[in-house]
Every structure is written in C-alpha cells, then in structure tokens.
Design a protein around this ligand. Structure first.
Ligand SMILES: O=C(O)CCC(=O)C(=O)O
Length: 328
C-alpha cells in the first residue's frame, strides 16, 4: 500500500497540532511480526501506534463479505416480499463495485428493524473469519513480543462495532481504559482495525497518548455500568489524537491507554473489529486467577476495590439524570 505524506500528517488533536502516531507496518516489524526497536520504543512511550497497511485489505474484505452475508440473512427475515424483490433488482442493475453492499445493507436493516442489527452485532464476533483475523500469526507474534511473553490469550469478548451515522447512544464516548472491562491480565494490548476506511468524519477512535504510563487509574462506575477514567489531570498531561485509517491499518494500544469513541458524522456505517490480548504470565493477574467479567462474572469493583472512585450503579433515577447532565 502506498502512503502519502498527507496521510501521515493527518492525525490531529483538538488543538489543531499535527502529531505522528502512524507508521508503515513494514518499517516497524519483519515478516514474522517481530517488532523493530522503534516500534517497541514508540509503543512503550506513547501506548499507541497506528500501523498502516498491517493486513492485506483482501483478508479484511473476506470478513466484510461475511458481515454482509449476516446482514442480508437478517434483512431476509424482516423484508416484505415487495421490498426483497426491489432490493434484488437494484443489486442486479448495478455493476459490481458501484455500491458498498455492506453499507447499504446495514442502513437498510437499521431502518427496517434496528433490533436485528443488534443480533448481527452479537453474531459477528463469533464468525470464523472474525476470529481468523485475531489469530493472524504475524499479529499474534507482534503482540507476544510487545508483551514479552509467549503465553497470550484473546479476551473472549471480541468486539465488532457497527456505528451508524449520527447514532450516538451506543458510543463509548467517555474516556476509559479497557482493563476494567476486559480484565484477564493487567498487561494487555488492544488491536482496533476497520472494515471500511474511517475518515475524520466517520470518527476514528480517540486516544490519550502516554496515558498508559499512569497505570490503572481511579475509575468511576457510571449509573449505566460503564467505566470512566476519573483522573482530572488526564487531559492536561496527555495529548488526544485521532488518526484516520484505511482498510488494513491497525490501531494498536495498551490495555491501560485511555481512549474513547468519536461520533460517526459520515454518511456510511462504521464497522470496526477490536481484539484484546492478555499476558497470561503476568504474576498478579495469575495470582488472582485471571479474573474476567464475561465468563466468570467477576466485576471490576470486586477485584480492584481500591481503584473504584465511585460506584453509581444503584443510584435512583433522579441521581442518574443528574449524572447525565454533569457529563454533557
Ligand atoms: O471504536 C470505538 O468507537 C471505540 C470503542 C471503545 O472505546 C471500546 O470498545 O473500548
């Protein structure tokens, strides 16, 4: 993939400054995935690196095609015969490449029956093609090397996000670390990769550079159960960056790196895959039995009571409303 200087200069901060978090993956590792010294240094200092052209776009395309099949399968469940017929004819009339079927199908399904898109979301993480990307040998080797362990697990909640244009209610738009959600190991690496290019409008994930170096932060458990990094100094000391990405690029960040979603203001749905890798040799995590929520039902507040800044899950409706107002 050819990269232009303008793409490298596109990462922007709210202050309008340019900062380079993006690197060509071929400059950052060998064919096996063994990271260069530069990648090790950048990752350890910044807690986030964008690796451009990590995957062959063709590999990602195979996942997209499976997602499109899932969407069509659900569309068939809710479409009236007249609608299906019209849809089929419109597919036939257009030439291949004229249309982004995944985008069109996703929007059509959301419009007809939003709940069925939630079913796609749940099914998408179970697909073999989704899992194949997460176990790509070069990716796994890179993660092993960055965590300095051969014993790596993938968190059982692989996330396939489908963010519709203008739909903000499902965004993780509060600053957070992934560790309280994933646990498993306190040493971990997160891989975020898009199924379609993500322009600034489409809302690349926003990351606070260097925030991982502060370790596990005081964490607020919001009334809706989400975790929010409750460190007032965070934004003063860490630079927020958002990097537009193409299919095949990977945003790599530390499990303790603070980040959040940004809104999708483009016309197309944003589809992304997120994998969380755990160092299973990490002593403290092994001692605790690699606690996690999704299989064991062990909650962050039980494992790390000392890191809980506040727990608002049992608050009354009026307190919840007050929390919402505070966070706007
Ligand atoms: O892709 C995004 O919008 C970010 C999601 C996120 O922050 C998360 O899954 O922890």
């Amino acid at each position: 993939m050819t990269l232009t200087a303008s793409r490298l200069a596109q990462s922007v901060t709210p202050h309008g400054q340019g900062t380079e978090v993006a690197r060509r993956s071929t400059d950052m590792m060998d064919d096996q995935g063994i990271p260069s010294e530069e990648l090790r240094r950048l990752f350890s200092e910044r807690g986030c690196v964008v690796l451009q052209g990590f995957f062959d776009p063709y590999e990602i395309q195979r996942v997209s095609e499976d997602m499109e099949r899932l969407v069509r399968t659900q569309l068939r469940q809710c479409a009236s015969p007249a609608y299906s017929q019209r849809h089929r004819e419109s597919y036939i009339r257009r030439k291949a490449g004229d249309i982004d079927y995944l985008a069109e199908g996703t929007l059509a399904l959301a419009q007809r029956e939003r709940g069925r898109l939630a079913a796609v979301y749940d099914a998408a993480m179970k697909l073999v093609s989704t899992r194949r990307i997460g176990t790509d040998s070069r990716l796994v080797r890179m993660v092993q090397e960055l965590m300095d362990t051969p014993l790596v697990a993938i968190g059982n909640n692989i996330i396939v996000r489908i963010d519709l244009p203008g739909e903000e209610r499902f965004l993780f738009d509060h600053w957070h670390q992934d560790y309280p959600y994933a646990m498993g190991s306190r040493r971990g690496v997160v891989v975020w990769t898009p199924l379609r290019s993500v322009s600034m409008d489409a809302g690349p994930v926003e990351v606070l550079l260097g925030s991982h170096r502060r370790g596990l932060l005081p964490t607020e458990v919001r009334a809706d159960g989400h975790f929010r990094a409750a460190d007032p100094k965070l934004l003063e000391s860490c630079l927020p960056i958002r990097q537009p990405v193409e299919v095949g690029d990977v945003v790599l960040f530390d499990i303790m790196t603070v980040h959040r979603s940004s809104p999708n203001r483009s016309a197309a749905p944003r589809w992304t895959l997120t994998y969380r890798y755990c160092d299973m040799e990490h002593e403290a995590s092994a001692r605790e039995g690699w606690p996690c929520f999704y299989r064991q039902g062990r909650h962050f507040t039980e494992i790390h009571p000392g890191a809980v800044a506040s727990d608002r899950r049992n608050e009354s409706t009026s307190e919840r409303d007050a929390e919402k107002r505070e966070q706007v």
